[in-house]
Design a protein around this ligand. Structure first.
Ligand code: CP3
Length: 355
């Protein structure tokens, strides 16, 4: 395997010294880039793009060719797992993801198969292998999956939801059925992430995009407990290196201590948390990733730099911070503003890493 030329992302995840704060952006390959829109059109559609290893690799590298990012993230989607369980994922233009089949009864949950990652999701592993080869050690490659709770919301609702009416009703009406669904998803996610690691992913992130919609009690029982199961089952060393795990619960600021106790290397924070306070709360346990409000990227470059400076100052001196947005970059952002953001992180952070 080729040696890594830039490993500051992996070093920061392990709280090892770095020269500047590493940075990447959630959803860094996507519609704000005209070259992404061209590749998607050439592939035929979003899922065709995910299933074509060459084009998935091409769009993974597009943001890296534009900006000095410190990590690449596999181009795919969290909804590949429910698709492989037979739900029939499709995208209606401008409407977000939809499923042909909804899973909202105990019987439907019972009938769900647990996908075999190499057999049923082989296209994802092919993309990982192709990207790793093409990266040739430039930066580390992040693999990812959705959390069981976040995946369950899409499966029960049949797509995106604002209030999670059906998924929360099922959780309270029939907690046993919800637990069965979450358990199947935890098993599926564990083997899916392990297959990504064996195929070449050098760190993995679990996206719990909708954990923050739950009450504290429900979060512990229906989201965190299943992420803990996943963490317990993950391969943690590969190619002679630690494979760090990042847990990102959007809206999870109240639960940082219990998230840190799962044994992951890092927590992803949304923009509602104060990074300095979060650092005090988790102590030496985990590194922190985040957390600029993605809408700051609609402002001018000077305002973006100011906000980057404020966040760096709030984390303070020393390693253990990976700069990111507090959620994914949005399609309306001007590409040059993303560039101003990334350059500001590198330019303004050197002084926090001097000893
Ligand atoms: O970060 C990256 O660049 C890697 C690729 C990536 C995508 N989706 C590509 C994508 C990642 C990490 C995801 C994760 C994902 N997918 C999440 C968790 C992260 C989050 O934002 O909370 C969720 C909830 C999904 C489900 C999903 N996929 C939704 C809700 C949508 C539609 C909304 C939207 O942003 O368009 C998608 C589609 C999707 N996934 C797109 C991309 C680039 C846009 C599809 C298109 O090109 O039309």
């Amino acid at each position: 395997m080729t040696a890594l030329k830039n490993d500051r992302f992996l070093r920061a995840l392990l709280k090892q010294p770095v020269d500047v704060t590493p940075v990447w952006m959630m959803r860094q390959a996507g519609r704000y880039l005209p070259e992404y829109r061209a590749s998607r059109a050439r592939a035929g559609g979003f899922m065709d793009l995910c299933m074509n290893a060459e084009i998935a690799c091409e769009v993974t590298l597009q943001p890296l060719d534009r900006y000095p990012l410190d990590a690449a993230i596999l181009f795919s989607d969290i909804l590949t797992i429910p698709d492989a369980m037979g739900l029939g994922l499709y995208f209606e233009t401008g409407e977000g993801p939809r499923f042909r089949k909804v899973v909202d009864t105990a019987e439907a949950i019972e009938a769900l198969p647990i996908p075999d990652p190499e057999k049923d999701l082989g296209y994802v592993m092919n993309a990982v292998r192709t990207i790793r080869k093409e990266l040739n050690g430039r930066v580390p490659l992040i693999g990812f999956a959705g959390s069981p709770w976040t995946l369950a919301t899409y499966m029960v609702e049949g797509g995106s939801s604002k209030d999670f009416r059906k998924s929360k009703a099922l959780l309270y009406d029939d907690p046993k059925a919800m637990h069965m669904l979450l358990d199947k998803l935890a098993q599926s996610v564990t083997s899916y992430l392990n297959a990504q690691i064996l195929a070449g992913a050098q760190a993995v992130q679990i996206f719990d995009s909708w954990g923050g919609s739950l009450s504290s009690a429900a979060y512990q029982e229906f989201s965190l407990a299943y992420m803990q199961k996943i963490v317990n089952g993950l391969i943690r060393e590969h190619e002679g290196r630690r494979v760090p795990v990042i847990l990102f619960t959007k809206g999870g600021g109240l639960w940082l201590e219990s998230m840190a106790a799962t044994g992951v290397e890092a927590l992803g924070l949304d923009w509602t948390c104060d990074l300095g306070v979060a650092r005090q709360r988790v102590g030496d346990k985990v590194a922190l990733q985040g957390n600029m409000d993605p809408t700051v990227l609609y402002a001018n470059p000077a305002a973006i730099e100011k906000e980057v400076g404020r966040i760096l100052e709030s984390y303070g001196n020393g390693p253990g911070h990976i700069f990111n947005l507090g959620h994914g970059i949005t399609p309306e952002v001007k590409p040059e503003n993303a560039g101003a953001f990334i350059n500001a992180v590198h330019d303004l952070s050197a002084k926090y890493h001097q000893d």
